[in-house]
Design a binder for this molecule. Structure first.
Ligand SMILES: Nc1ncnc2c1ncn2[C@@H]1O[C@H](COP(=O)(O)OP(=O)(O)OP(=O)(O)O)[C@@H](O)[C@H]1O
Ligand SMILES: O=P(O)(O)OC[C@@]1(O)O[C@H](CO)[C@@H](O)[C@@H]1O
Length: 307
């Protein structure tokens, strides 16, 4: 089973504005709302790919209730943990004239250590050895900076393979517990290392160092340029299909979902990376944070190449 954890979920409100302008009145042409937050997105995409995943999320207030209803309607299995306060609404501004995607993410409610402890306990009761646990997204206020490290240690000790997709201090502290797989994008990894990772070679070198440091699989996504995969036996540079982009929100989550499904079904490495790149690009073609249909993912697979 693939379990995902979203400590700071969001209702994603995607608004479409042509020629988005600062200091001016902008008129919204269309909008849509999706249940979001990185882990929830991973579960949605695993299910859309035909796999099986359950999401665990901290939810609060009417926005939290709305997210739960939307996931129920989509038949997504959710373990909801109530927190005080209101789950955040994240605004995504898509400008199809200027070809920009702008994220305005709220901080979300403050959670308590008791909220986190009871959720972790339920997760530990659920997981079996070899299960995959995906920890992704920002930490809510109130969560200690080393929350992911604590959770990785506990889930790894229970025999699960932990995937970590986070950034900043939460990511750096999480690395200390040696998750099974990490999927930073090149900007997040570059920020951590204090240098630009703008070529395949630079990304490969950085990923190799992390593998030598004890992370089994390092996947660095590079937006429209694809991704670099490194483990102790392989270095693969994969190129994603060129597609017409509707919204890049959730592309990274789609890649993580494909990697989790591939690991859960013991997929061959080439097939795994073809699926991951096709799923990422198919997501870029969708508006809002909605998973791409399986048929679209399948049709893009033949355009994935290896450098
Ligand atoms: N413009 C694009 N065209 C085609 N494919 C894309 C594009 N942007 C992203 N992708 C696909 O999605 C994958 C992940 O993208 P990216 O590196 O932007 O992830 P990310 O920054 O973690 O995303 P996010 O944080 O928005 O979820 C890429 O490896 C690629 O397969
Ligand atoms: O603020 P975080 O937790 O870093 O990211 C949250 C978020 O931007 O990530 C998802 C896309 O990856 C969205 O569904 C959600 O709004």
């Amino acid at each position: 089973m693939i379990y995902t954890v979203t400590l700071n979920p969001a209702l994603d409100k995607t608004i479409y504005v042509d020629n988005f302008s600062l200091d001016e009145v902008n008129r919204v042409l269309a909008l849509r709302e999706d249940p979001g937050g990185k882990g929830i997105n991973v579960t949605k995409v695993v299910e859309a790919l035909g796999g099986s995943s359950e999401a665990l999320a901290l939810l609060g207030g009417s926005v939290g209730a709305r997210i739960q209803q939307m996931l129920d309607a989509a038949h997504i299995k959710l373990h909801a943990f109530q927190v005080a306060g209101e789950t955040r609404t994240n605004t995504k501004v898509v400008d199809e004239v200027r070809h920009t995607n702008t994220d305005i993410n709220e901080p979300g409610p403050t959670v308590s250590e008791a909220d986190l402890d009871s959720m972790l306990q339920v997760l530990l009761d659920l997981i079996c050895p070899q299960d995959i646990v995906v920890l992704s997204g920002s930490l809510p206020a109130g969560a200690p900076a080393d929350t992911y490290r604590t959770w990785i240690e506990a889930c790894s000790a229970a025999g699960a393979r932990v995937f970590l997709d986070a950034s900043g201090e939460a990511f750096e502290k999480g690395l200390e517990a040696k998750p099974h797989l990490i999927k930073p994008n090149e900007v997040e990894l570059g920020a951590m290392l204090g240098r630009a990772l703008d070529t395949d070679d630079k990304v490969v070198e950085a990923a190799r160092a992390l593998v030598e440091d004890g992370i089994s699989c390092v996947v660095v996504s590079r937006g429209g340029d694809g991704a670099v995969y490194v483990d102790k036996d392989h270095v693969v540079v994969a190129r994603s299909p060129k597609v017409k982009v509707a919204s890049t929100v959730g592309c990274g989550d789609s890649v993580v979902a494909a990697l989790a499904l591939g690991a859960d079904t013991s997929m061959e490495l080439d097939d795994l990376l073809v699926l991951a790149m096709a799923t990422g690009s198919a997501n870029a073609m969708q508006s809002g944070t909605q998973p791409a249909p399986l048929e679209l993912v399948e049709s893009l697979k033949e355009q994935v190449t290896f450098a």
